[in-house]
Design a protein around this ligand. Structure first.
Ligand code: C2O
Ligand code: CU
Ligand code: CU
Length: 518
């Protein structure tokens, strides 16, 4: 049964936001937070339930209805499927390295759409390139082997010029890949998916007076990004969740179209450290303690939080700390503040509260070695410069905006490259993402002070830059170097894209084709 009533939570919070405006509410929320709604977690079926497919299946992209706070329902776009007598909407797909995925997209929307498997190493034909967008009533078949290492991946719409709205209206979910390292970790810590191993997607949304999701960016928001005035975790505003006194694994995904989070844990106003164990494409080699981390759209961060250190009744809150997204840039700050109508990127937010249950603490030793990460050998790597800048009302990659007939980046299969990506001073943050291949971040420099202060090594890397990545954030004025390995075993040329994962930027053509030549 779909737990419809609880799904969006019958929140007091949302009507308050729409009545009084988000700014004051959320400022208030950080100093005296109120978490009224049970965090939505996957059930046995229904929305966002975990589905480990053991047969070919069809994902029907369609418009459904979910209950919305304060009103009956909101129109919501989802991928619906059935398996073994259960019905799922936006299932959390659970696969193991080596599994075959055999899935058909059935487009029952009244506009084009396509599914992209974010982070997966797959042939171009089944990547969900925006040019593969299928018309209403049409289908698209995907069949591929999951070769990625274990990790927290996701899938979402990549409809050409419609990605942001379709994703905002619902078309996105997790794709979790498990492997030996992941299983060893969960076993060592006694973690259980959906219980102590929690997929958490952070998304900001806007709702109208009826409680319906609204996606209506004005020209400024199309250029800067569309920010919601309600920040939801697993579609729950002001979420609260009871936890046992033991280690929990949080798989955080920034599924927002444009908002960046500066994540931190607070208990009684005190900073609580956490252990970062994984990034976009799986586990790090060993855990790293951190007090905060930026997470930009498309990125994932896996952390361990030890609730055994707390007493029953204690509250631990997940916050996004204040920051200035334009710091370091020359856009004069005012730009960010002109977005209007609601909150700004970088405003402080209280996202989620954990309430520690009474009972005996369960302690466990976190393994020192989580996985093995071989650095990409860049001795003979080709070098490529990528420049991010702005033309009037449009962001560009090497002076270009998306042209389906142009392929500005061509690389040879089975070669390695180092990309030096520079974000202009007069700019804003851009989370840059490539399809088909994971990469490693080599260095980060030239960013604002609050970014440089968080460097975890001499190369200036942030904790979110460690391990295998597919999305990397560039602050104004920054230079980030990444190493890519274009090894693959597919026949013929493969076409992918490299784009900004601020989805308004992507839809506004901050994207280029990438061809990997056979
Ligand atoms: Cu998350 Cu091109 O995508
Ligand atoms: Cu992707
Ligand atoms: Cu961008």
């Amino acid at each position: 049964m779909m737990r419809r009533r609880q799904f969006l939570g019958l929140a007091a919070a949302l009507p308050v936001i729409t009545t009084f405006g988000g700014w004051s509410l959320f400022n208030h929320a950080v100093s005296a937070p109120r978490f009224d709604n049970a965090l939505f977690l996957p059930g046995a079926d229904g929305p966002f339930a975990v589905l480990a497919p053991n047969a070919p299946f069809t994902l029907v992209a369609e418009q459904g209805w979910l209950p919305a706070p304060g009103r009956e329902e909101t129109p919501f776009l989802w991928y619906r499927t059935q398996m073994n007598g259960h019905e799922y909407q936006n299932p959390i797909l659970l696969l193991r390295t080596g599994d075959e995925l055999d899935v058909t997209l059935d487009n029952q929307l009244d506009e084009g759409t396509i599914i992209h498997w974010h982070g997966l190493h797959v042939p171009g034909r089944v990547d969900g390139h925006p040019m593969q967008t299928v018309d209403p009533g049409e289908q698209y078949e995907y069949r591929f082997k999951v070769t990625n290492r274990g990790g927290t991946y996701w899938y979402h719409t990549h409809a050409h010029h419609r990605t942001a709205r379709q994703a905002h209206q619902g078309l996105a979910s997790f794709l979790l890949v498990s492997d030996d390292d992941n299983e060893a970790l969960n076993e060592a810590l006694g973690l259980e998916l959906g219980k102590t191993d929690l997929p958490l997607v952070l998304q900001d949304k806007r709702f109208d007076r009826l409680g319906h999701l609204v996606y209506q960016p004005n020209p400024m928001q199309r250029m800067m990004g569309y920010l919601g005035d309600a920040v939801l975790v697993n579609m729950t505003p002001a979420a609260t969740h009871e936890v046992e006194r033991r280690i929990h694994r949080l798989r955080l995904l920034n599924g927002s179209t444009a908002r960046i989070y500066r994540l931190a844990l607070r208990a009684e106003g005190q900073a609580i450290p956490f252990r970062v164990i994984g990034t976009d494409a799986g586990l790090l080699d060993s855990p790293r303690e951190a007090h905060e981390a930026f997470l930009s759209p498309g990125e994932r961060l896996e952390v361990l939080v030890d609730f055994a250190a707390f007493a029953g009744g204690d509250r631990v809150e997940l916050h996004s700390l204040e920051f200035d997204p334009m710091a370091g840039g020359g856009m004069g700050g005012g730009m960010g503040r002109m977005m209007g109508g609601g909150m700004h990127d970088g405003d402080p937010l209280a996202l989620l509260e954990f309430v520690v249950q009474e009972g005996e603490a369960v302690t466990a030793e976190v393994p020192e070695r989580l996985s093995r990460i071989e650095p990409i050998d860049v001795t003979d790597a080709g070098q490529r410069d990528i420049r991010l800048d702005m033309a009037p009302m449009q962001w560009r990659i090497n002076g270009e905006t998306y042209d389906p007939d142009r392929v500005p980046i061509e690389v040879d299969a089975n070669t390695r490259e180092v990309w030096t990506i520079r974000n202009a001073d007069r700019s804003m943050p851009h989370p840059m993402h490539i399809h088909g291949f994971s990469f490693q971040v080599l260095s980060r420099s030239g960013g604002p002070d609050f970014v440089r202060q968080q460097a975890v090594n001499d190369e200036g890397l942030a904790v979110t830059d460690l391990g295998w990545k597919d999305t990397v954030l560039l602050w104004p004025g920054e230079t980030v170097r990444i190493a890519l390995d274009f090894t693959h075993h597919y026949a013929g040329d493969q076409l992918y894209v490299f784009h900004c994962h601020n989805l308004e930027h992507e839809d506004n053509d901050m994207m280029v084709n990438v061809r990997v030549r056979a």
